[in-house]
Ligand binder design. Structure first.
Ligand code: SF4
Length: 131
């Protein structure tokens, strides 16, 4: 079943009436907007183009601020089952995104250093054998 719930749609619209539109930010309170080149769900039909909040003529969204692309998406998508072409499984890349916005990504920072130590651990015994 798609996440197309009229009550949820109305609740989000009411929230926007009170607080204003969500920004696109990938952080708490933001819409986690994905531009088309980063929208991994395009093949599934999860795109703004199919979303109930989208205004295609103006490239705007009822609840998310700014210019909205046909093939982008955000975490508030509201798309009927008939427009979704496959089961959607959240890739780990999507789940990991909030870590990347906090500044230092430990894995990205540590990985080159860990690779260097591993290389040294392999090369040093070989070099000591040559000497
Ligand atoms: S997926 Fe829907 S709610 Fe999200 S930005 Fe696109 S049109 Fe708006």
């Amino acid at each position: 079943m798609a996440i197309t719930n009229p009550l949820l749609k109305t609740a989000l619209e009411n929230l926007v009436d009170v607080n204003g539109k969500f920004d696109k930010d990938i952080q708490e309170g933001g819409a986690y907007y994905r531009y088309p080149d980063a929208n991994l769900y395009q093949p599934n039909g999860i795109t703004c183009k199919n979303c109930a909040f989208y205004n295609a003529e103006e490239h705007t969204c009822t609840i998310v601020d700014g210019y909205i692309y046909d093939y982008g998406m955000c975490r508030f998508w509201n798309i009927p089952d008939s427009k979704i072409t496959a089961v959607v499984i959240a890739p780990t890349e999507y789940i990991a995104m909030p870590q990347q916005t906090t500044g230092v990504n430990i894995m990205e920072t540590m990985m080159p250093m860990m690779m260097m130590f591993m290389m040294m651990a392999m090369v040093m015994p070989m070099m000591s054998g040559i000497a």
